[in-house]
Design a protein around this ligand. Structure first.
Ligand code: GTP
Length: 595
């Protein structure tokens, strides 16, 4: 145990975690030059393309320092706010953290939120000033910010560049010297914290754990404490570039377990593994179930593909335990699924993975948060689909989820940010100057307002300088109403939204305008109406096409005709026929595009 160091890298998104991790792996020869490719730990295609880390990863390195060989377990964590539950679990598995700050950006919202998480878990923090190679780097100013934030000495901060490999030996030395070896009782009852899982289609789910107390041996009978399920430890081992099977994983170390588990739900990040004989008396503290925050319907474009979509969703869920779903029926779209996501980015990623990995073409409907509706009969209904909202006459009151949001920005944008937040029904709770020109603002705001377009707007008004982090705080009573959309007189349930009453008229009007832009012209006129209950509050019209498109192909030029039809078919890809109106995917998201 004396020679083990468990650490993670925490940073705001894009401050360079994955790149620095690559350099550490290279320097310690954990990967040879031949196997090296950029952002090695981001092994999902999507992660590479988008340049973001979605899942946490763990990898073990050996490093010889002053004649002694150490085992370093690195746990890479995602930076985006949608995936912060992965960060908190990873942090709980470590004794220390490298805190990276981009020398050209300075401290951002997730720098702080991740730092607090790390400090709450008593991690030793090694401050690293990253990307010092950038021409726009402001090393001295950013160091000032870091000293202020951390209360550390200036010379504790290690200047580095993951890109150029600067500072790597200093960082490795600091990991050994400053981060304590794990504590724990090697002879006590087993307590191993599950902080990640990976789906393997041949062998079942691989569980990644940190052994906090006791030791686990190959063949042991073990139990997951939150689910109560029992397994054999068929294979255990450590994580190098590939898995390395071992006979025992000692106290303090990080390892994987394979027991032929096929159901993703049985593996909960944060759960504790113990032995069936001589079990631990209690699990490791702090386990929280992941809660989806945003809900939307996912429907196949082609109704005959419903069963294929179900299969795809089942497979996807094995790899993404944060995704929840259940079948749903829409009068407009037929059979589909109501899905819960961690946030909008998660939702986009699910849609993209369904399309790429499972070759499905799907429509996602207007995202919504989860409301609690208290009826006049005293029942509490959970409503995440506007279609499920009961008639207003039977509603006593509605509660909506609120979050505590933390925004960090340059001081010059504070006015604009406050304006935006007020518009979003937020309450300013605190304002602190981190340095002379950087301010931290704390708001309480309705989650529904953040889910839509808040983040993009925040970035725009602050020219990219503001950053956001948030946590769920609870439900509050709000005056919400259901806004219905009708096309040629028919209510289209998949287009309706739940909005605040004060904004309902404005939204109804803007939504109709937006839909007029987004609905393609067809052979007939389309009337778009917004309604609250029986009352129509806005109307727009999409004019009919004047000519048949094929009329252009005079005579019998077959190939030209075919080309035109094919072109139309392609354009149709993400469209659904509702009644006699064709609705493209963008229209279902129109509510997000309203300014
Ligand atoms: P997430 O995984 O999405 O949280 O991002 P990350 O923090 O892992 O950042 P990543 O390593 O993916 O780097 C983000 C961008 O910064 C990439 O375009 C990198 O090439 C670039 N980058 C990373 N480190 C350095 C550095 O030291 N210098 C310069 N100039 N660019 C860097």
């Amino acid at each position: 145990m004396k020679h083990i160091r468990n650490f993670c890298i925490i940073a705001h998104i894009d401050h360079g975690k994955s790149t620095l991790a690559d350099r550490l792996l290279e320097f310690t020869k954990t990967v040879g030059a031949r196997d090296m490719q950029a952002q090695l730990l981001d092994d999902m295609d999507l992660e590479r393309e988008r340049g973001i880390t979605i899942k946490s990863h763990a990898i073990q390195m050996n490093y010889t320092y002053q004649g002694e060989t150490y085992t370093l377990n690195l746990i890479d964590t995602p930076g985006h706010v949608d995936f912060s539950y992965e960060v908190s679990r990873s942090i709980a598995a470590c004794e220390g953290a490298l805190l990276l700050v981009d020398a050209s950006q300075g401290i951002e919202a997730q720098t702080i939120s991740n730092l607090y998480l790390a400090m709450n878990n008593d991690l030793v923090i090694i401050p690293v000033l990253n990307k010092i190679d950038l021409p726009g780097a402001m090393p001295e100013e950013v160091k000032d910010e870091m000293v202020d934030l951390l209360g550390c000495e200036r010379d504790e901060i290690i200047p580095a560049s993951g890109k150029e490999g600067i500072g790597v030996p200093e960082i490795l030395a600091a990991i050994v010297e400053r981060i304590p070896a794990p504590k724990g009782d090697p002879n006590g009852p087993l307590q191993a914290l599950i902080f990640d899982s990976v789906f393997n289609s041949y062998r079942g789910i691989e569980v990644i754990f940190r052994n906090v107390n006791g030791r686990i041996r190959k063949g042991d009978r073990v139990k997951f404490m939150a689910t109560g399920k029992e397994y054999f430890a068929d294979e255990i081992g450590t994580l190098r570039l590939d898995k390395e099977p071992k006979d025992v994983i000692e106290c303090g170390d990080v390892g994987y377990l394979i027991s032929g588990i096929k159901v993703a739900k049985e593996v909960k990040v944060g759960d504790t593994i113990t032995h069936i004989e001589q079990p631990a008396s209690s699990p490791i503290q702090g386990f929280e179930e992941v809660k989806p925050m945003v809900f939307a319907g996912i429907y196949p474009v082609d109704t005959s593909e419903f069963e294929d979509l179900r299969e795809a969703m089942e497979k996807l869920q094995l790899n993404d335990a944060a995704l929840v779903w259940e079948p749903e029926t829409s009068a407009a779209l037929g059979f589909g699924f109501r899905c819960g996501f961690l946030g909008m980015l998660h939702m986009e990623i699910v849609q993209e993975r369904l399309e790429r990995e499972f070759d499905m073409t799907v429509i996602t409907t207007v995202p919504s948060v989860r409301f609690e509706v208290i009826t006049t009969r005293g029942e509490t209904l959970i409503v995440s689909a506007p279609a499920d909202m009961p008639d207003p006459s039977s509603i006593d009151w509605i509660e909506e989820p609120f979050i505590k949001a933390q925004i960090i920005s340059k001081a010059e944008y504070v006015g604009a940010i406050m304006g935006l937040c007020m518009e979003k029904r937020s309450i300013l709770k605190n304002q602190v100057y981190l340095t002379a020109d950087r301010v931290e603002l704390q708001f309480e705001m309705p989650l529904a307002e953040v889910v839509f377009d808040f983040f993009d707007k925040l970035k725009t008004i602050s020219r990219g300088y503001a950053s956001l982090d948030y946590e769920f705080m609870g439900n509050r009573e709000s005056n919400m109403v259901k806004l219905d959309i009708m096309l040629n007189g028919d209510r289209v349930d998949a287009l309706s939204a739940i909005v605040h009453r004060d904004k309902a008229y404005e939204w109804g009007k803007k939504l109709c305008e937006k839909l007029r832009e987004l609905l393609p012209r067809q052979q007939f006129e389309i009337a778009i109406q917004a309604a609250i209950g029986q009352k129509i509050i806005a109307r727009e019209t999409v004019k009919a096409l004047r000519k048949d498109v094929l009329a252009k192909c005079y005579g019998g030029d077959i190939s030209r005709k075919r080309k035109l039809l094919e072109k139309q078919k392609k354009g149709k890809k993400r469209m659904r026929q509702v009644g006699n109106v064709e609705i493209p995917q963008e229209a279902f998201m129109a509510v997000l595009k309203i300014n």
